[in-house]
Design a protein around this ligand. Structure first.
Ligand SMILES: Nc1ncnc2c1ncn2[C@@H]1O[C@H](COP(=O)(O)OP(=O)(O)OP(=O)(O)O)[C@@H](O)[C@H]1O
Ligand SMILES: [Mg+2]
Length: 253
């Protein structure tokens, strides 16, 4: 079954269209990179995919469940299938790396255990193995706010790994990282798909990183999908064209 299926998703802010009839399919084990100039609507698309924002129109299915139509407890339950790795780090700053990963298990661990920081040994072992998989086991007991930006993103990825989420949404997870840290974060995201069969959708501005990372590239411009190609066909020329403002574009060659 398709992990994430978006049909005709449209959204406007104050009457100004920001997304127009966006279609997107992501299969289990697949990494899709979402690229496009600033203001193209990438973050808005991610907000709609999580239902942080309810799109004005369209269908949004996560493993066959239409998130657009759900409310309350049913929506919260469906959202557990989504793992978020967002631009601004979404870790609890004063908790350790290990505790942050355990937060990803919230659906399975009673809240009071998180509050009192008491977790059964098997939960701790699971969280530790997830940190190990992103190369951060030695930071298990370090507070999140003492980790570098790249390490924090990898903790967020370990948290997704520990959770039940099968669809991973990452909005510019490497925006403010140096090349080595960015590479480590993208490799960890890639392995969520390759080794764990999760569907990964990730927006990126560094188009040179796409080739070694994604299976498919979806290009947004002015809220529309203008490109949906295998990563191998996302050549420097295609990338340049996507990022060239409309007025400067030459007619189709
Ligand atoms: N809450 C909001 N209210 C009104 N307009 C908004 C809001 N959020 C975004 N927009 C507008 O929607 C458009 C798309 O913004 P969005 O943040 O989705 O772009 P983006 O592709 O993520 O850009 P960037 O690459 O800079 O992150 C922009 O024109 C922006 O000004
Ligand atoms: Mg954005």
């Amino acid at each position: 079954m398709t992990a994430l299926s978006v049909r005709g998703l449209s959204h406007a802010y104050g009457g100004v269209p920001v997304l127009t009839s966006v279609d997107l399919d992501v299969e289990p084990g697949q990494v899709v990179a979402v690229v496009g100039p600033s203001g193209a609507g990438k973050t808005t698309l991610f907000r709609c995919l999580t239902r942080l924002v309810r799109a004005d129109a369209g269908a949004l299915e996560v493993h066959g469940r239409d998130l657009q139509q759900l409310e309350g407890a049913a929506l919260r339950d469906a959202r557990r299938d989504l793992g978020l790795v967002f631009q601004s780090y979404n870790l609890v700053r004063r908790l350790t790396a290990l505790q942050n990963v355990l937060v990803g298990r919230l659906a399975d661990v009673p809240t009071w255990r998180v509050v009192l920081r008491r977790f059964p040994a098997h939960e701790q072992a699971l969280a530790a193995s997830c940190l190990d998989q992103v190369g951060l086991l030695r930071f298990a007991h370090t507070r999140a706010d003492r980790l570098s930006g790249g390490q924090q993103q990898r903790v967020a990825i370990a948290r997704v790994l520990a959770s039940r989420a099968r669809v991973v949404l990452a909005d510019e997870p490497v925006a403010s990282l140096d090349p080595a840290s960015a590479g480590a974060v993208l490799a960890a995201l890639r392995s969520l798909a390759t080794s764990h069969g999760k569907a990964v959708v990730c927006s990126l501005h560094q188009v040179d990183l796409v080739a070694g990372f994604a299976d498919r590239v979806v290009g947004l411009r002015d809220g529309r999908v203008v490109l949906d190609v295998p990563a191998a066909r996302f050549t420097p020329d295609v990338a340049r064209d996507l990022y060239t403002p409309e007025l400067e574009r030459t007619p189709a060659r």
